[in-house]
Design a protein around this ligand. Structure first.
Ligand code: BGC
Length: 391
């Protein structure tokens, strides 16, 4: 386990914050979206749209269901969560996963990581390099000067080996060879999706290595609790149990500071509309073109939810439980309407949000952040759960 569960440590980090000042280099990208009712209705995409060979391996769509009739679909292309059908309590079934509906459409949109498992290192590594045990590792930079979500060909574009264990369990495995994307060590990864009878989807991550390495796995599902293709998420309400966040430079690399969320647009400790303060002109919101920041979670056990989000139209509520110390809250600021989603709608600006549970970005270069190192003999093990209900 490399989970960090030390409250005193966080309190000290909050107290020792420094302010980052840097120029804004993003332009805004507004785009209108429309409500397409048919896309919010509950149907899994056709499995045939996923029957494809990629890199010599068979891609498929796998279906999970619980005894309450909830269904999910996962593809082994990037281990992506494709659909999750949730009843809204008023007779409608809503697909709360925003994203493409076929392997071709996922390939096309791969730069946006829709629904994907992310590795070896979720989020950014500054200047595409890190030092480990005295050696400098130079990575591929695929986001300006930085490495994002594992580099040029991360886990999101790999075809995972899949084993459907039972109706509600899918096991995905992948061997990332020593030197893949310049990361050290043969890394054996197993991710298990479980759709349980509490109407929750559990994501269990496990990995081992044969050389010292770094690791930060996450899932990059884009959610819209009003339904795929149902328009902006800015009126969803969000509650996030985080007293601090990690401010970033203009290339979205943490400065090292842990800044209090209090008295800022980053304070979601009481439920607030996602869009209520996004236009306030805060320098950090300019850098991210909106929210694209790592929050430092007050708790990270599977007992208490650290985030609660509710769709304003459907009333569907998602609670997130995690063992990870951080979460990236991303409001789809780089969605541009270039790609196709299920139902033929476009991936328009801010029509989905992501809550990526994680260790902090750029941890390998930030000695004051919880470590992301994994050594031979250790097992990386972490779970995140997304639980649904209709209010
Ligand atoms: C990042 C964004 C990035 C997005 C890619 C998020 O996790 O924080 O900056 O654009 O992933 O889809």
């Amino acid at each position: 386990m490399i989970n960090l569960k030390n409250k005193t440590f966080y309190a000290a980090m909050l107290a020792s914050g420094i302010l980052a000042v840097s120029a804004c280099n993003h332009s805004s990208n507004q785009q209108k979206t429309s409500m397409t009712d048919s896309t919010t209705q509950g149907q899994l995409p056709a499995a045939s749209g996923f029957d494809k060979i990629i890199d010599g391996k068979a891609v498929k769509l796998y279906t999970l269901k619980n005894t309450k009739g909830i269904q999910a679909a996962v593809t082994n292309y990037g281990g992506r969560l494709v659909s999750l059908l949730i009843p809204d309590g008023k007779g409608k079934t809503v697909d709360v996963v925003a994203g493409p509906g076929s392997a071709d459409d996922y390939e096309e949109a791969k730069g946006n990581y829709y629904g994907a498992l992310i590795g070896r290192y979720g989020n950014r590594i500054g200047n595409a390099e890190f030092k480990l045990e005295g050696k400098t590792y130079k990575l591929n930079n695929n986001d300006g000067p930085n490495t994002l979500h594992g580099g040029k060909a991360g886990f999101d574009v790999k075809v995972w080996d899949a084993k459907q264990v039972d109706d509600h369990t899918l096991e995905l495995t992948y061997l990332s060879k020593d030197g893949e994307e310049s990361f050290p060590g043969n890394l054996n990864v197993k991710v298990t999706y479980v759709l349980n009878d509490d109407d929750a989807i559990e994501v269990h991550y496990e990995a081992t290595t044969d050389k010292p390495t770094i690791i930060n796995l996450t899932n990059h599902t884009y959610w819209n609790l009003n339904g795929n293709g149902s328009g902006s998420i800015l009126k969803h309400s969000l509650e996030l149990n985080a007293d601090g966040f990690t401010p970033v430079s203009n290339t979205l690399i943490p400065t090292g500071e842990i800044r209090p969320t209090a008295n800022s647009p980053f304070d979601f400790r009481k439920p607030a509309e996602i869009g209520s303060r996004v236009g306030e002109g805060d320098t950090q919101l300019k850098f991210g073109k909106g929210y694209d920041h790592n929050f430092v979670l007050n708790k990270h056990t599977l007992q208490t939810p650290i985030a609660k989000v509710q769709g304003d139209v459907t009333g569907i509520m998602m609670e997130v439980f995690t063992e990870e110390p951080g979460i990236q809250f991303y409001t789809g600021n780089f969605m541009k309407g270039d790609y196709k989603f299920k139902g033929g709608v476009k991936d328009a600006y801010r029509t989905a949000f992501a809550l990526e549970t994680q260790h902090f970005p750029d941890s390998p270069n930030k000695p004051n952040f919880p470590t992301t190192e994994l050594k031979p003999g250790q097992t990386y093990k972490t779970t995140t759960i997304y639980k649904f209900s209709a209010k």
